[in-house]
Write a protein that binds this ligand. Structure first.
Ligand code: B16
Ligand code: MG
Length: 218
């Protein structure tokens, strides 16, 4: 029996990775640091501070500069968020959420982003979520299970009845560490450790997902 679906945000519900990329790229250009789209792939699902550390590639900044640079990047990113609308939902997501709700399945968000609530508002789907875990909810980021455990706690659903939808390897590891089911969205090389893998949610049916899961997460 499954009673809750927990969704990651970036790469699962919407594609904010492009906005994160443009914002980090602008900061990197201003600071004469090389930063490519390939570099950006490594920031998928990674917290703002850890993203900056990856961008710095070993260069050391004072704590004051770290905070100022993160703030500057976030300002650029939030400018992009102003234009987010329902059209930025990834294909198939709205229907999938509505069908899950019709099945009586609770819906939670589990994102590393401190902007997650604003993104959900912009996308026009905030009211579909029964609980939202974001970059403020726990201190240990994925691959630690903490964020998924925190959201499932809010929904009062046991881990073995909870399914996580994730596009990042660290997110799949976190879901498995939490004793939950993991549905990977993306290439096998990235999310292959999940119980079930799809390229994206477009064309994926709630009943098909439920039927594909094993009797127990582990
Ligand atoms: P913020 P997710 C993650 O979202 C992004 O993939 C990652 O690139 C970003 O650095 C992180 O959120 C933090 O975002 O700067 O808005 O707090 O995949 O966990 O939904
Ligand atoms: Mg993600």
């Amino acid at each position: 029996m499954v009673s809750a679906f927990l969704f990651d945000l970036d790469g699962v519900i919407t594609d904010t990775a492009e906005f994160h990329y443009r914002s980090w790229k602008r900061l990197a250009d201003e600071e004469n640091i090389a930063f490519t789209r390939e570099d950006n792939e490594k920031l998928r699902g990674v917290s703002r501070r850890d993203s900056l550390l990856l961008l710095l590639k070993g260069r050391v900044l004072s704590e004051a500069d770290m905070l100022a640079w993160m703030d500057r990047k976030n300002g650029y990113y939030r400018d992009y968020l102003k234009d987010i609308t329902e059209a930025d939902l990834l294909p198939g997501v709205k229907g999938f959420l509505l069908t899950a709700k019709n099945h009586g399945i609770k819906i939670g968000l589990a994102s590393a982003s401190k902007n997650a609530k604003d993104v959900l508002d912009g996308l026009g789907v905030a009211s579909l979520f029964d609980a939202v875990g974001d970059g403020y909810s726990v201190s240990n980021p994925k691959p630690a299970p903490d964020l998924f455990v925190w959201v499932a706690g809010r929904l009062a659903t046991p881990p073995a009845q909870t399914v996580v939808f994730e596009d990042a390897e660290a997110g799949i590891e976190a879901a498995l560490a939490a004793g939950m089911y993991a549905v990977g969205l993306g290439p096998i090389e990235r999310v292959g450790k999940a119980h079930v893998v799809y390229p994206h949610l477009d064309g994926v049916n709630v009943d098909t997902v439920l039927a594909a899961l094993p009797a127990q997460p582990r």
